[in-house]
Design a protein around this ligand. Structure first.
Ligand SMILES: [Zn+2]
Ligand SMILES: [Zn+2]
Length: 293
Protein backbone atom coordinates (compact mmCIF):
# COMPACT_ATOMS: atom_id res chain seq x y z
CA UNK A 1 0.00 0.00 0.00
CA UNK A 2 0.96 3.62 -0.41
CA UNK A 3 0.38 6.12 2.38
CA UNK A 4 0.21 9.81 1.51
CA UNK A 5 0.36 12.38 4.27
CA UNK A 6 -2.05 15.08 3.07
CA UNK A 7 -2.27 17.12 6.26
CA UNK A 8 0.00 16.98 9.31
CA UNK A 9 -0.99 20.07 11.28
CA UNK A 10 -3.03 20.13 14.48
CA UNK A 11 -5.79 22.54 15.53
CA UNK A 12 -6.01 24.96 12.57
CA UNK A 13 -4.56 25.31 9.07
CA UNK A 14 -1.49 27.55 9.02
CA UNK A 15 -0.43 28.50 5.49
CA UNK A 16 2.49 30.90 5.16
CA UNK A 17 6.20 31.27 4.75
CA UNK A 18 6.98 29.54 8.06
CA UNK A 19 5.19 26.30 7.16
CA UNK A 20 6.27 25.76 3.54
CA UNK A 21 8.45 22.74 4.29
CA UNK A 22 6.22 20.67 6.59
CA UNK A 23 2.88 22.03 5.40
CA UNK A 24 -0.03 23.94 6.91
CA UNK A 25 -3.03 21.67 6.24
CA UNK A 26 -4.80 19.88 9.07
CA UNK A 27 -5.04 16.12 9.40
CA UNK A 28 -5.70 13.90 6.43
CA UNK A 29 -4.04 10.63 5.41
CA UNK A 30 -4.65 8.91 2.09
CA UNK A 31 -4.01 5.17 1.76
CA UNK A 32 -4.08 3.34 -1.55
CA UNK A 33 -3.87 -0.44 -1.45
CA UNK A 34 -1.92 -2.47 -4.03
CA UNK A 35 -5.29 -3.20 -5.66
CA UNK A 36 -6.16 0.51 -5.84
CA UNK A 37 -8.71 0.66 -3.01
CA UNK A 38 -8.85 4.15 -1.54
CA UNK A 39 -8.96 4.74 2.23
CA UNK A 40 -8.85 8.23 3.69
CA UNK A 41 -8.35 8.84 7.40
CA UNK A 42 -9.73 12.17 8.64
CA UNK A 43 -11.11 15.12 6.74
CA UNK A 44 -8.97 18.03 7.90
CA UNK A 45 -8.16 20.74 5.35
CA UNK A 46 -5.70 18.35 3.63
CA UNK A 47 -8.65 16.46 2.17
CA UNK A 48 -9.60 19.41 -0.08
CA UNK A 49 -6.64 19.21 -2.52
CA UNK A 50 -6.89 15.39 -2.38
CA UNK A 51 -10.52 15.67 -3.50
CA UNK A 52 -9.51 17.93 -6.39
CA UNK A 53 -7.04 15.27 -7.57
CA UNK A 54 -9.59 12.46 -7.25
CA UNK A 55 -12.03 14.46 -9.42
CA UNK A 56 -9.76 13.82 -12.41
CA UNK A 57 -10.84 10.15 -12.44
CA UNK A 58 -14.58 9.81 -11.98
CA UNK A 59 -16.40 8.01 -10.54
CA UNK A 60 -14.67 8.23 -7.17
CA UNK A 61 -15.05 5.34 -4.79
CA UNK A 62 -13.50 5.70 -1.33
CA UNK A 63 -13.93 5.04 2.37
CA UNK A 64 -13.33 7.87 4.84
CA UNK A 65 -12.57 6.98 8.45
CA UNK A 66 -12.93 9.80 10.99
CA UNK A 67 -10.82 9.46 14.15
CA UNK A 68 -12.97 11.98 16.00
CA UNK A 69 -15.00 15.04 15.13
CA UNK A 70 -12.82 17.83 16.51
CA UNK A 71 -12.85 20.53 13.91
CA UNK A 72 -9.31 20.03 12.62
CA UNK A 73 -10.28 16.48 11.62
CA UNK A 74 -13.51 17.30 9.74
CA UNK A 75 -13.23 20.91 8.58
CA UNK A 76 -12.14 19.95 5.04
CA UNK A 77 -15.08 17.61 4.35
CA UNK A 78 -17.49 20.32 3.09
CA UNK A 79 -14.80 21.18 0.49
CA UNK A 80 -14.23 17.57 -0.64
CA UNK A 81 -15.64 17.87 -4.15
CA UNK A 82 -16.28 14.13 -4.79
CA UNK A 83 -19.13 14.38 -2.25
CA UNK A 84 -21.04 16.67 -4.61
CA UNK A 85 -20.92 14.49 -7.73
CA UNK A 86 -23.64 11.93 -8.58
CA UNK A 87 -22.25 8.47 -9.25
CA UNK A 88 -19.43 8.69 -6.69
CA UNK A 89 -19.59 6.18 -3.83
CA UNK A 90 -18.31 7.38 -0.49
CA UNK A 91 -18.57 5.43 2.76
CA UNK A 92 -17.89 7.44 5.91
CA UNK A 93 -17.03 5.73 9.19
CA UNK A 94 -16.61 7.08 12.72
CA UNK A 95 -17.95 6.87 16.23
CA UNK A 96 -21.29 7.77 17.79
CA UNK A 97 -20.86 10.60 20.31
CA UNK A 98 -22.30 9.25 23.57
CA UNK A 99 -21.92 12.56 25.43
CA UNK A 100 -23.96 14.67 23.00
CA UNK A 101 -25.94 11.62 21.78
CA UNK A 102 -25.21 12.44 18.16
CA UNK A 103 -24.42 10.05 15.35
CA UNK A 104 -21.72 10.75 12.79
CA UNK A 105 -24.11 12.00 10.10
CA UNK A 106 -25.70 14.54 12.47
CA UNK A 107 -22.34 15.95 13.54
CA UNK A 108 -21.04 16.24 9.99
CA UNK A 109 -24.33 17.72 8.74
CA UNK A 110 -24.30 20.35 11.47
CA UNK A 111 -21.06 21.87 10.21
CA UNK A 112 -22.91 22.36 6.90
CA UNK A 113 -25.89 24.21 8.34
CA UNK A 114 -26.51 27.57 6.67
CA UNK A 115 -25.02 29.55 9.56
CA UNK A 116 -21.65 27.84 8.88
CA UNK A 117 -21.72 26.87 5.20
CA UNK A 118 -23.75 27.79 2.09
CA UNK A 119 -24.56 24.23 0.96
CA UNK A 120 -26.47 21.76 3.10
CA UNK A 121 -25.50 18.13 3.62
CA UNK A 122 -28.76 17.09 1.93
CA UNK A 123 -27.48 18.71 -1.27
CA UNK A 124 -24.48 16.37 -1.52
CA UNK A 125 -25.22 14.23 -4.56
CA UNK A 126 -22.77 11.34 -4.24
CA UNK A 127 -23.97 8.01 -2.86
CA UNK A 128 -22.90 8.49 0.74
CA UNK A 129 -23.21 6.03 3.60
CA UNK A 130 -22.62 7.01 7.22
CA UNK A 131 -21.51 4.21 9.51
CA UNK A 132 -21.17 4.41 13.30
CA UNK A 133 -18.36 2.08 14.27
CA UNK A 134 -17.95 0.05 17.41
CA UNK A 135 -14.51 -0.49 18.89
CA UNK A 136 -12.82 -3.53 17.39
CA UNK A 137 -15.36 -3.78 14.54
CA UNK A 138 -13.18 -4.57 11.52
CA UNK A 139 -14.23 -3.11 8.19
CA UNK A 140 -13.12 -4.64 4.92
CA UNK A 141 -12.23 -2.18 2.17
CA UNK A 142 -11.18 -4.18 -0.89
CA UNK A 143 -8.00 -6.00 0.11
CA UNK A 144 -7.60 -4.03 3.35
CA UNK A 145 -8.96 -4.51 6.83
CA UNK A 146 -9.43 -1.39 8.94
CA UNK A 147 -9.86 -1.85 12.70
CA UNK A 148 -10.67 0.94 15.18
CA UNK A 149 -9.31 1.11 18.73
CA UNK A 150 -10.54 3.65 21.29
CA UNK A 151 -7.62 5.61 22.69
CA UNK A 152 -7.40 8.49 25.12
CA UNK A 153 -8.54 12.00 24.07
CA UNK A 154 -11.16 14.39 25.56
CA UNK A 155 -13.74 12.94 23.13
CA UNK A 156 -14.09 9.42 21.73
CA UNK A 157 -11.13 8.98 19.41
CA UNK A 158 -10.50 5.95 17.25
CA UNK A 159 -6.97 5.01 16.28
CA UNK A 160 -7.18 3.03 13.05
CA UNK A 161 -5.07 0.05 12.03
CA UNK A 162 -5.00 -0.71 8.31
CA UNK A 163 -3.72 -4.12 7.20
CA UNK A 164 -3.33 -5.26 3.62
CA UNK A 165 -1.20 -7.90 1.89
CA UNK A 166 0.87 -8.55 5.00
CA UNK A 167 1.66 -4.87 5.63
CA UNK A 168 0.33 -2.77 8.48
CA UNK A 169 -0.23 0.89 9.26
CA UNK A 170 -1.67 2.67 12.31
CA UNK A 171 -2.76 6.25 12.89
CA UNK A 172 -3.46 7.43 16.43
CA UNK A 173 -5.70 10.35 15.59
CA UNK A 174 -5.36 12.64 18.61
CA UNK A 175 -3.90 10.77 21.54
CA UNK A 176 -2.52 11.56 24.97
CA UNK A 177 -1.22 8.57 26.88
CA UNK A 178 -3.45 8.05 29.93
CA UNK A 179 -2.17 9.72 33.08
CA UNK A 180 -2.48 8.90 36.74
CA UNK A 181 -4.58 11.74 38.17
CA UNK A 182 -3.50 10.95 41.74
CA UNK A 183 -0.24 11.73 43.54
CA UNK A 184 1.89 8.72 44.53
CA UNK A 185 1.09 9.31 48.22
CA UNK A 186 -2.70 9.15 47.57
CA UNK A 187 -4.55 5.98 48.51
CA UNK A 188 -6.12 5.61 45.05
CA UNK A 189 -2.79 5.96 43.20
CA UNK A 190 -1.88 2.28 42.89
CA UNK A 191 -5.34 1.16 41.75
CA UNK A 192 -5.51 3.96 39.18
CA UNK A 193 -2.01 3.15 37.95
CA UNK A 194 -3.17 -0.39 37.23
CA UNK A 195 -5.88 1.06 34.98
CA UNK A 196 -3.38 3.34 33.24
CA UNK A 197 -0.99 0.43 32.64
CA UNK A 198 -3.84 -1.73 31.38
CA UNK A 199 -4.95 0.94 28.88
CA UNK A 200 -1.40 1.42 27.63
CA UNK A 201 -0.98 -2.35 27.22
CA UNK A 202 -4.15 -2.62 25.14
CA UNK A 203 -2.68 -0.12 22.66
CA UNK A 204 0.79 -1.68 22.77
CA UNK A 205 -0.65 -5.13 22.01
CA UNK A 206 -2.90 -3.73 19.26
CA UNK A 207 0.00 -2.13 17.37
CA UNK A 208 2.71 -4.68 18.19
CA UNK A 209 5.15 -4.87 15.26
CA UNK A 210 3.20 -2.50 12.99
CA UNK A 211 5.29 -1.35 10.01
CA UNK A 212 4.43 2.36 10.05
CA UNK A 213 2.70 4.45 12.72
CA UNK A 214 1.73 8.11 12.43
CA UNK A 215 1.32 9.47 15.95
CA UNK A 216 0.15 12.66 17.65
CA UNK A 217 2.97 14.53 19.35
CA UNK A 218 1.78 18.11 19.37
CA UNK A 219 3.97 19.07 22.32
CA UNK A 220 7.59 18.78 23.32
CA UNK A 221 8.48 17.33 26.71
CA UNK A 222 9.22 20.85 27.98
CA UNK A 223 5.81 22.16 26.90
CA UNK A 224 3.82 19.17 28.13
CA UNK A 225 3.55 19.94 31.89
CA UNK A 226 1.36 22.98 31.14
CA UNK A 227 -0.72 21.06 28.57
CA UNK A 228 -1.61 17.95 30.55
CA UNK A 229 -5.14 16.73 29.86
CA UNK A 230 -5.41 18.62 26.54
CA UNK A 231 -5.39 15.29 24.73
CA UNK A 232 -2.06 15.24 22.92
CA UNK A 233 1.17 13.32 23.17
CA UNK A 234 4.81 14.31 23.06
CA UNK A 235 7.75 13.10 21.00
CA UNK A 236 8.94 11.24 24.06
CA UNK A 237 5.62 9.48 24.64
CA UNK A 238 5.76 8.42 20.99
CA UNK A 239 9.28 7.08 21.40
CA UNK A 240 8.07 5.05 24.38
CA UNK A 241 5.19 3.71 22.27
CA UNK A 242 7.62 2.77 19.49
CA UNK A 243 9.88 0.94 21.94
CA UNK A 244 7.06 -0.96 23.68
CA UNK A 245 5.39 -1.98 20.41
CA UNK A 246 8.55 -2.65 18.34
CA UNK A 247 7.38 -0.37 15.56
CA UNK A 248 9.13 -0.28 12.19
CA UNK A 249 8.80 3.46 11.65
CA UNK A 250 7.04 6.31 13.42
CA UNK A 251 6.09 9.70 11.96
CA UNK A 252 5.57 12.52 14.47
CA UNK A 253 2.45 14.47 13.45
CA UNK A 254 -0.28 16.92 14.56
CA UNK A 255 2.28 19.71 14.69
CA UNK A 256 1.25 22.63 16.86
CA UNK A 257 0.04 25.52 14.65
CA UNK A 258 2.65 27.83 16.19
CA UNK A 259 5.49 25.52 15.11
CA UNK A 260 7.68 26.85 12.30
CA UNK A 261 9.63 24.68 9.86
CA UNK A 262 12.82 25.74 11.60
CA UNK A 263 11.46 24.76 15.00
CA UNK A 264 10.37 21.35 13.72
CA UNK A 265 13.88 20.78 12.34
CA UNK A 266 15.47 21.63 15.68
CA UNK A 267 12.95 19.51 17.60
CA UNK A 268 13.87 16.57 15.33
CA UNK A 269 17.59 17.08 15.94
CA UNK A 270 16.95 17.23 19.67
CA UNK A 271 14.79 14.09 19.63
CA UNK A 272 17.31 12.15 17.55
CA UNK A 273 20.07 13.02 20.01
CA UNK A 274 18.33 11.01 22.78
CA UNK A 275 20.69 8.27 23.94
CA UNK A 276 18.07 5.56 24.41
CA UNK A 277 16.20 5.49 21.09
CA UNK A 278 14.74 2.14 20.03
CA UNK A 279 15.59 0.74 16.56
CA UNK A 280 12.39 2.29 15.11
CA UNK A 281 13.00 4.82 12.31
CA UNK A 282 11.66 8.26 13.30
CA UNK A 283 10.52 11.05 10.99
CA UNK A 284 8.74 14.38 11.26
CA UNK A 285 5.52 14.01 9.25
CA UNK A 286 5.61 16.30 6.24
CA UNK A 287 2.67 17.17 4.01
CA UNK A 288 3.18 15.43 0.66
CA UNK A 289 5.25 12.56 2.06
CA UNK A 290 4.54 9.30 0.27
CA UNK A 291 5.32 6.10 2.19
CA UNK A 292 5.49 2.83 0.24
CA UNK A 293 4.84 -0.39 2.15
ZN1 LIG B 1 -6.60 17.37 16.31
ZN1 LIG C 1 -8.83 16.35 18.95
Amino acid sequence: MIINLRGVRGSIPVPGKDTVKYGGNTTCIEITTDEGDKIIIDGGSGIRPLGNELMKQLPVSCSIFITHTHWDHIQGLPFFLPLFVPGNNIDIYGSFDPVYMKDLKTILAQQMEYCYFPVRESELNANISYNNLKEGEAITVGSAIVTPLLINHPVLNFGYKVESNGKSFFFTGDYEPPLNIYEPEDEAYAEYQRLVDQQKKILTDFIQGVDVVVADCQYTRDEYPSKKGWGHGTHDSCIEMARDANLGALYFTHHDPTRTDQELDSIYDDVMSRSDLPPTKFFIAMEGTEIKL
